[in-house]
Design a protein around this ligand. Sequence first.
Ligand SMILES: [Zn+2]
Length: 703
Amino acid sequence: MAAIPSETAPKDTGEKKDAGERKTAEDLKVVRDLKHYPSDHRRYRYLELQNGLKVLLIENRRATVSQAVFEVSAGSFHEPDQYPGLAHFLEHMVAVGGTQKYPEIDGDDKFIAAHRGESNAMTSAEKTRYVFTILPEAFNEALDRCAQFFIAPRLTQKGFAFDDSCIQRELSAVQHEFSLKVPKDVYRYSCVEAQTTNPKHPGARFKCGNRDTLKESEMPQILEAMRAFYHTHYTADRMTVVLESPHALSELTHLAQIHFANIARAKAQVPPLNKAPQYRESDLGLFIQLTSVQNNRSLNLLFILPMQRSPELERALSYINLALGNSEDGGLFATLKQKDWISDGLILIQYSDGDYQPQVLFAFALTEQGVLKLQDIKQAVFQYIQFIRKQGMDIRLYEEMRDREKRDILLEAYTFNNSLFRFLDNLKFYPVDKFFDGSMILDSAFPEAMIGQILDELTPQNMRQILTAKGIKGNKKEPYTGAEYSVERLSELKLQREVQVMAFKARTPQKVSFPAVSHLDVPADKFRRPTLVYSAPRLRVWFSQDHHFKQPTVITDCYFNSSFATETLQNAILSQIYLSLITDELREKHDSSFAAKNNRLSAASNSKGLMVRIDGFPNHHEEAFGILLDTAQGLNVKLADFEKHKVQFIQAFQHHMTEGPIVHCKEIIDELLDHHNYPNEKYNVALKGIQFKDLQNFIHRML
Ligand SMILES: [Zn+2]
């Protein structure tokens, strides 16, 4: 645990109230101490201040930094129509423009950086977040500085003129963020999506902002609009703050009171958002084609559900994701891969911030052949949906999800990655005493009826199809990015054709049993440094015990030392193809058991040879390792597999060339530092010349 200087040293008062707390207790409307899972060592307290501000405090004695997230429930959806991007621009100005108490431009960032912290801010459709981490001894001042964003930023002060240099700079920053997005297919896709949905819904807006929507010539009016936005939306009763720190709960309570009690609550009510549906009936059954600028080939099938978001719906959708989205043999994705129509695919469940329509997205990366087989791919999707529907709901899979969840809960107590953000989201949707659990399964009943209802909604009539590929000639132009696209309404006849049956040996996913997770008991002072525990002529095993994070997992890194693996550029490429063939095979044949028993498998090659990592629970490490070695040795490489991977590498290279300068800079540095890192240009030329027999010879030598 970090040492905390005396100024803000947590007094370990337990549940007793310290002097500071008593002094300002009248600021508190609600105080509740919350219980999480027994494995979680953190302590929680929920507060509501008199001004309506909600605060979640997390005392984490093991944390070495303090962190805070400030969230305002307003974003691009709340902007005035005439200034798209205003909420984003305001976020920039608030974060760097200084405050009445700390007027220096960038002063808060400098303060945070000087105390080994980091800060960031982001604006989305319905929320704006300001986030920072910092050393615990500077938490007090950092909170004071950040609270001033919501009390008196310079932007709202008299005399703050539009010729202030930081306005120019931040306008450039917004324009720059926009210009980085324009050459990306995913961004163009989201803009086309906005253009082809209900214009009355705020989702149809342009969200980022740029120099065309935030014109310099209109800056005085824009500043006025920003102030009005600030005074309406940046109000205590629309804010939630989460603090996590090694400080005691009593001390955190005190900090929250002294810094946040002065944040004002606006008198005026915020007008409710337009609840027009984002997707009208006329926005469904569409086939949209978008020209790719990055040489991507993808097919997205987006289903819009008519139900409202609820914990039961979320659980049912998680089940559907597992049942339809498995990558096992006989499943939808494995079948489409075997036919060489897709190179990858997944299902995503999407919710927007508000209570808008939940969505199920099937996303496919298409092969060259796949672009010509769209009809067949869609038929396979509908056939698999019907197959899963007819098979009936499998409670065993639901139990598997529950087991997985229990394991994740236990793990989260060790890692607590991003749990601050999850807690923030949950605080919005669930009552205070339920927010830890959110949509978790725990002991809730199997939502069989709901699963059936959702599957019935996955029809061609409820679907939007979006094809992204190079060379598509669109007759429309998206106004902000210039993306070319076309929209076709599919006739009833065409939609029916989507559900015709094709030959396809469908299988349901297999249930996997999970290993019990236990705490590892290791003598405290052993293996603090990597220790050689086994040595034979061709094998050496080193072990090191982690005494800090104490996670119940094991990482096994296995290095196959062989300079041959990357001796030449050709070998370096063949190593990568070999490793991706092995990982592919493992995914298809052992996905569920491998993924369930061992969280992750990764592989890489470097100047010393090949490295394979297994990262997961110790119970089945040995078994997993056996599977891995058997797969590597017994790999039966076919010409078609080789060709497929070669094409994927070439595509990845072309895609890589469209990345920004920072990516290429890093690559040059890597190349200079390690001469086995071959430059990308040469790599691409060599890749094209590689033949199937080269791979066969290479594998033979490696084994
Ligand atoms: Zn920004």
